[in-house]
Write a protein that binds this ligand. Structure first.
Ligand SMILES: NC(=O)c1ccc[n+]([C@@H]2O[C@H](COP(=O)([O-])OP(=O)(O)OC[C@H]3O[C@@H](n4cnc5c(N)ncnc54)[C@H](O)[C@@H]3O)[C@@H](O)[C@H]2O)c1
Ligand SMILES: [Zn+2]
Length: 367
């Protein structure tokens, strides 16, 4: 089986990301190569990733491992401390030892829960990420961040645990619902402002190929994103830098996270980021930092993909309040191709104008 390999450089915790088409069958052999222990917990959610689970288990078993599948309910609402505790209970009951491993087979939700569960079980298990959504293949499966949601704040309870390796099979994206595919493109688009300016043209020029999950197209896109992220993670593993490093990957995320929370997670993470890039892009345009044509390009992609999520269920007041009232929320504004600006001084007035513009999509008409 052929894959492209992208390395995340972190000294003695460096690891490879294996990216390819129809590569899930190499999971078992790769676990061997990376000296995985016999007992491997495989965490998946109960959605349509069933096929992937069967293939993953078969590959592990035939390579001589003793996998323990644990299936959890799907959805962002499941990313809780309570869910982690239930998984720990199953692992304890099955006698998973400190030398065991945890494999995340699923999207970013499963990846985050698996990461946190592994990091906290008997003070840390070996972790393998096997992402099955576009979003998790281009972003959440690498970098070692994990976390679950606290009622008071998203991703508030979490830690860092870098995986031993990542195996990304774009073929698995074939069964992904269109809605989640488009949400993944939202996360991809942030990279157009952080190190991969060519992505805007790549996405705009390949809408149909993306929607039919063409493996070559998706491989090219994923590799592009992963190279950018791998570089940022390797010099800012714990997101400690304030003006460069991992912080830049939060473009679109101030508004995105607010939309996710305000909608009670009905707006998915990638959808929030997509809308967030539009609103924050408009903020940047108002300040003269983002060319109008780039903003229109972004809106054009949203339109051409046939995205269905909108700001409709969120009121201006609620959104402005959660972002501007009295607090100095940090925004990583998308500013032209390949650049962002980190600011803390976005005003209510600016926000109201940007939200209104995206709500009515006035700026798309002038394309
Ligand atoms: N740790 C990080 O660095 C990081 C980065 C970005 C996002 N995230 C987190 O990732 C999450 C979002 O990730 P996501 O969009 O992958 O969500 P998700 O994991 O909820 O997956 C989306 C949906 O797709 C289904 N699915 C997954 N793979 C499938 C497949 N191959 N075929 C059919 N259906 C499939 C899932 O069951 C789910 O219903 C959020 O919780 C976000 O906070 C984490
Ligand atoms: Zn994100």
């Amino acid at each position: 089986v052929k894959h492209r390999t992208i390395r995340v450089d972190l000294g003695d915790r460096s690891y490879p990301v294996y990216l390819g088409d129809r590569v899930i069958a190499s999971l078992g052999p790769l676990c061997r190569r990376h000296r995985g222990p016999d007992r491997i917990v495989v965490l998946a959610d109960s959605n349509r990733a069933r096929v992937a689970l069967r293939k993953a288990l078969a590959s592990l078993t035939s390579a001589g491992f003793d996998p323990l599948p644990i299936i959890m309910p799907p959805g962002e609402q499941q990313k809780t401390p309570d869910r982690v505790s239930r998984i720990h209970a199953k692992m304890l009951a099955a006698g998973i030892p400190r030398q065991g491993a945890m494999l995340a087979l699923g999207g970013g939700m499963v990846g985050d829960v698996a990461g946190f569960t592994a990091a906290t079980y008997r003070r840390g298990l070996m972790l393998v990420q096997c992402p099955t959504t576009l979003l998790s293949q281009v972003d959440s499966s690498i970098g070692g961040k994990n976390g679950v949601n606290h009622p008071a704040a998203k991703n508030a309870v979490g830690t860092f645990l870098q995986p031993r390796f990542v195996l990304s099979d774009v073929r698995l994206l074939r069964t992904l619902p269109r809605r989640d595919l488009i949400a993944g493109v939202g996360e991809v688009l942030k990279y157009a402002f952080v190190g991969a300016p060519d992505l805007l043209d790549t996405i705009a020029g390949n809408i149909r190929a993306i929607l039919r999950t063409d493996p070559e197209t998706l491989l090219g896109i994923a590799a592009r994103c992963l190279r950018v992220k791998a570089r940022l993670v390797s010099f800012d593993e714990k997101e400690l830098l304030q003006t460069r490093g991992r912080i830049l990957l939060n473009a679109g995320h101030a508004v995105g996270h607010a939309l996710e929370s305000l909608s009670g997670y009905r707006i998915r993470h990638g959808e929030g980021v997509f809308l967030g890039l539009l609103v924050e892009g408009h903020l940047a345009w108002q300040r003269g930092w983002l060319p109008a044509r780039t903003l229109r390009r972004l809106a054009g992609i949203y339109h051409d993909l046939g995205a269905r999520f909108t700001l409709d269920e969120i009121t201006d007041r609620a959104l402005v309040r959660s972002l501007a009232s009295g607090k100095s929320t940090r925004f990583v504004l998308p500013c032209g191709r390949g650049t962002v600006k980190v600011v803390h001084d976005v005003t209510e007035k600016e926000l109201t104008e940007a939200i209104g513009a995206v709500r009515s999509f006035h700026f798309i008409d002038s394309r």
